[in-house]
Design a protein around this ligand. Structure first.
Ligand SMILES: NC(=O)c1ccc[n+]([C@@H]2O[C@H](COP(=O)([O-])OP(=O)(O)OC[C@H]3O[C@@H](n4cnc5c(N)ncnc54)[C@H](OP(=O)(O)O)[C@@H]3O)[C@@H](O)[C@H]2O)c1
Length: 358
């Protein structure tokens, strides 16, 4: 399989090689990837396939992918329920990290050995990714590869929540649910660095101390009691921004806490319930209901704007100020184990596919 830049759309897209592995006589140049030929339950439709590597175009680089997390969006994409339709046969994986293995003769910005993450991040569950050089963001070489594989989606989403909606200043407060999620944990750490206080909701009591140790100012259970405790902290402080990744009753509690004219940013729906909005919050508080899809933001952002966000986040990762939690690292060939674990609740972080292990 060759992953390449589509000249029509300018987007990373997948071109399945018509040359079979046996025909190619290039066994030493095969590469493994996960693929689905129809949308459905990931465990039922995903399979490991081997494809030959094809020669590079002049502006292309070939990246040896190292690690890729299993995110909820990846599972939704395989199921066919994601915001961007899958066109099977397709290789999933919205993000990952790898090293440049080979560059085309006209490539200027990257060289062999550079640590990169794919910017648009399609098809990362593969041992090799080939695309035009501008489709990869270069990161400091010393950055931990596992951490780097989780940089582009969740920390960037947390960054946009904090920067893209309300002009928050040092000492301001943000509230969020699903605070133990990848985005939630990133938001806690980034907000702390920016001097913004966080009020966090989780559904498991054992997470309260853990998230406080990570830098959360306050952590409550996501129920009416937790809401009452959180509201008592907000008697003298306005809450102008809240981040919602759960919806249903959990989002209603965030709306209840927000000050008049406050903004609720919905970026996920882990409860699989709709966002329900009591009329009073629109009529009496004029709450602003906004949405964020980082994929769209990345598509629209210029490379300067993207790097303006990625660089400080990568720097925080390098300094240990931003650490994404890892539950388990699983070899590519044991992908069923990785998918099963990623679908379980009570994980202690991301399940990561180790793409280097055959
Ligand atoms: N809009 C965007 O651009 C964007 C970007 C990134 C992520 N997202 C979305 O944000 C959400 C979180 O993603 P992630 O990668 O950060 O997640 P993650 O690390 O996989 O964590 C999932 C979180 O959801 C919680 N959760 C699971 N089922 C739940 C339920 N039924 N009710 C309440 N909470 C539940 C889990 O709680 P426990 O820890 O208790 O299991 C955990 O905190 C997902 O919906 C994802 O699709 C959106």
């Amino acid at each position: 399989m060759l992953l390449s830049l589509s000249p029509q759309t300018g987007a990373l897209s997948i071109f399945l090689s018509a040359v079979g592995v046996e025909d190619a006589g290039m066994k030493d140049m095969e590469s493994l990837c996960l693929q689905f030929d129809r949308t459905g339950q990931p465990l039922e439709v995903l399979k490991l396939v081997s494809r030959p590597l094809l020669p590079l175009g002049p502006h292309e680089v070939r990246v040896r992918m190292r690690y890729a997390p299993v995110n909820p969006a990846d599972l939704n994409f395989i199921e066919g329920t994601y915001g961007r339709p899958a066109h099977p046969p397709a290789v999933p994986g919205h993000e990952g990290s790898g090293e440049v293995e080979e560059v085309g003769p006209a490539v200027e910005s990257l060289e062999k050995g550079d640590l990169v993450v794919p910017i648009e991040g399609n098809s990362c569950w593969a041992q090799h990714l080939t695309a035009a050089e501008h489709h990869f963001a270069k990161l400091p070489r010393r950055l931990d590869r596992v951490q780097a594989s989780m940089l582009r989606i969740n920390p960037l989403t947390a960054w946009r929540i904090l920067k893209g909606f309300v002009d928050l200043e040092k000492g301001d407060v943000i509230a969020q649910n699903a605070a133990n999620s990848g985005v939630g944990r990133a938001l806690i750490q980034i907000a702390k660095k920016e001097g913004i206080h966080t009020i966090n909701f989780v559904r498991r009591p054992e997470l309260i101390d853990e998230l406080k140790a990570l830098g959360a100012d306050s952590v409550f259970l996501d129920n009416d009691e937790g809401l009452a405790s959180a509201k008592s902290l907000l008697k003298k402080v306005p809450l102008r921004l809240a981040a919602n990744a759960v919806s249903g009753d959990s989002a209603v509690r965030l709306m209840d806490m927000l000050s008049p004219e406050g903004t609720l940013v919905t970026y996920g729906a882990m409860s699989r319930q709709s966002l329900k909005v009591p009329n009073k919050f629109l009529i009496f508080k004029n709450l602003q209901l906004r949405g964020l899809w980082i994929t769209k933001w990345v598509e629209k952002a210029g490379s300067a704007e993207l790097y303006e966000a990625l660089h400080p986040l990568a720097e925080m990762m390098r300094n240990g100020e931003l650490a994404m939690a890892v539950d388990e690292i699983v070899p590519l060939k044991e992908f069923s184990k990785a998918i099963t674990r990623a679908q379980e609740s009570g994980r202690s972080g991301k399940v990561i596919l180790d793409l280097a292990v055959n």
